[in-house]
Design a protein around this ligand. Structure first.
Ligand SMILES: CC(C)(COP(=O)(O)OP(=O)(O)OC[C@H]1O[C@@H](n2cnc3c(N)ncnc32)[C@H](O)[C@@H]1OP(=O)(O)O)[C@@H](O)C(=O)NCCC(=O)NCCS
Length: 187
């Protein structure tokens, strides 16, 4: 199954293309993004971006599930961030980031909801895990609105900081997602 293109009210979530490296380099060059990923460092060297995009394009296990570039429906050449539904040690995980200039416009919430909907309705997953640092209030809001339950507190590795950070791990079950999002999905 090829990786799909997902749409929300204002966003198109589409597979990465090799020409996306410059825009990803610009958007992802921020410490808040390096802090939460294993693949992006800060400052983000241009060559790293080319390698990152190439690696994302060739990872066979992610062929159907991401990563996705978040572009605006009103102008599909315009990217605002990235998101993905990945396989992890214990199942499926959702991750997302939005460029600093595009935050607080509810883009991450829209993208996360579209990925969860895809995971539960198309891939028929029973549960999806999402994690965030304890101080990441925006992400905690997004996860709670998806129907995230738990959370379990563990120490998660930050490559940028070179140390473990207190991290909350939530489970979003299909049932919780559907009951928390029924109204929004039907709009
Ligand atoms: C976390 C992140 C993805 C949020 O993106 P965003 O598009 O600004 O989020 P949204 O606009 O959808 O906002 C989500 C909620 O968080 C709140 N919020 C957004 N930024 C906030 C901030 N800096 N402080 C507190 N709350 C914030 C919003 O008001 C909204 O709450 P609501 O649902 O009650 O209205 C973005 O800040 C980011 O990319 N950070 C770095 C990478 C990262 O942390 N990724 C998530 C890893 S788990």
């Amino acid at each position: 199954m090829p990786q799909p293109v997902l749409t929300t009210k204002r966003l198109i979530l589409r597979p990465f293309r090799s020409g996306d490296a410059p825009v990803i380099a610009r958007l992802a060059n921020h410490p808040s993004i390096a802090e939460i990923t294993a693949t992006i460092r800060y400052p983000y060297p241009a060559l790293d971006t080319v390698r990152f995009v190439r690696c994302m394009l060739t990872r066979p296990e992610d062929a159907t599930r991401g990563p996705f570039l978040l572009t605006l429906k009103s102008n599909p050449c315009y990217a605002v961030g990235a998101a993905g539904l990945h396989t992890g040690k214990h199942g499926y995980l959702i991750g997302y980031w939005v460029g600093a200039a595009f935050r607080r416009r509810v883009y991450a919430s829209e993208a996360a909801r579209a990925l969860a909907q895809y995971g539960f309705e198309t891939l028929e997953l029973p549960v999806i895990e999402i994690s965030c640092r304890t101080h990441n209030h925006a992400s905690r809001r997004i996860i709670e609105r998806l129907g995230g339950r738990g959370p379990k507190l563990r120490m998660g590795w930050s490559r940028m900081l070179g140390q473990k950070m207190p991290t909350l791990y939530y489970d979003v079950t299909r049932g919780n997602f559907l009951s928390s999002n029924r109204l929004r999905l039907s709009r």
